[in-house]
Ligand binder design. Structure first.
Ligand code: KG4
Ligand code: ZN
Length: 329
């Protein structure tokens, strides 16, 4: 089964062609990151306009790279939420146009299931599995007994992991999106500062990261106020250590309650080196799958892979498909 998929929920315009929920034939990604560096974050109105500008070219390139035409495509899939409403609409309108024009069935995909299924690219997940999704907008811990079954165990009550990385990056004078830059800076540092591990020992699976951002701000403020020499590298590394240890603690708690064969860690912040090291097979005592780096951030390939499993459940949409900024699992 060949699926043509669209992703435009935030600041990446992406179109992919995937086969049978496992193989990626093409995955074109046009990022708006360079535009938003000057703004310190995504500006929704500008993002929607950039998606409109880029989507036709990205669509054509995705078909070209996969060496297929629309005649070969069986389904058209598209992210329908959660995300920025104007940005989502561009992808949905493009997908509807193509589906209508070529008479193909349309499938709306939840962006969060897309991130979870990025771990299924070139890899067969051994269920039951535990999925930890850490992106710019979401932090979710999910139990999956089998394919396309999602039991949400917990989520963040304030900032998402990627969001707190971006905020701490700003404190450290790094440009948007700061996650990768904090990662790079932290590699030169030592975790000498003890920052809080928020909610790590709470008796649930929820997270909270905004207090960690405040604690990091206060640490920097105190060091400067008292004229104490410090290295930004050490602060970055200490912050990463606090995030990674908190995630590790919650995953271990879930593993003690749910018997799983595999842990999946996905989303933009799954690219982080300290998190990757901390959530290892050695540490968790179970197989751990991180998607390839290029599939951690937003991309249409993961949407096509997730769509395959939704189609297998017999869930198809129609031209009434609408965008939803707040879609849960
Ligand atoms: O999944 P994603 O591309 O978009 C959302 O759906 O939100 O995630 C983007 C987030 C940004 O906050 C970015 O700073 C973070 O992922 N990120 C990282 C790293 N690379 C990207 N966070 C920590 N370490 C990284 N290496
Ligand atoms: Zn995302």
């Amino acid at each position: 089964m060949l699926i043509l998929s669209f992703e435009s929920s935030c600041d990446e315009t992406s179109v992919a062609v995937t086969r049978d929920g496992i193989e990626v034939l093409s995955n074109e990604v046009l990022s708006q990151i360079d535009i938003f560096k000057d703004y310190g974050g995504v500006v929704p109105e500008i993002s929607s306009r950039e998606h409109v500008k880029g989507i036709t070219l990205v669509y054509k390139k995705a078909l070209e790279d996969a060496h297929v035409t629309m005649d070969d495509i069986d389904y058209v899939a598209v992210t329908c939420g959660p995300g920025l409403i104007g940005s989502l609409l561009t992808g949905i309108n493009a997908a509807k146009t193509v589906a209508l024009n070529y008479n193909k069935p349309l499938v709306g995909v939840n962006h969060l299931t897309g991130h979870i299924y990025s771990a299924s690219i070139d890899h067969k997940v051994n269920y039951p599995a535990l999925a930890l999704l850490i992106s710019g907008g979401h932090t979710e811990l999910v139990y999956m007994e089998k394919d396309y079954s999602f039991k949400k165990l917990g989520s963040t009550s304030d900032d998402a992991v990627g969001e707190v990385f971006d905020k701490v990056a700003r404190i450290l004078n790094l440009p948007y999106p700061g996650g990768p830059l904090v990662d790079k800076l932290g590699k030169e540092g030592v975790p000498i500062y003890n920052l809080p591990h928020p909610m790590a020992y709470s008796n649930d699976y929820n997270f909270s990261f905004s207090g960690l951002k405040s604690a990091t701000t206060k640490l920097l403020y105190d060091l400067e106020k008292d004229n104490i020499e410090y290295k930004r590298e050490d602060i970055a590394r200490s912050f990463e250590e606090a995030v990674a240890s908190t995630l590790e603690r919650k995953v271990k708690k879930a593993l003690s309650e749910y018997k799983v064969n595999e842990v999946i860690v996905s989303g933009g912040s799954a690219a982080n080196s300290v998190i990757r090291a901390k959530l290892s097979k050695e540490s968790l005592g179970v197989d751990v799958t991180f998607p390839l780096m290029k599939y951690c951030g937003d991309n249409a390939a993961m949407i096509g892979i997730s769509a395959y499993y939704k189609i297998k459940e017999g869930e198809i949409d129609d031209m009434n498909l609408s965008a939803s900024s707040r879609l849960d699992l």
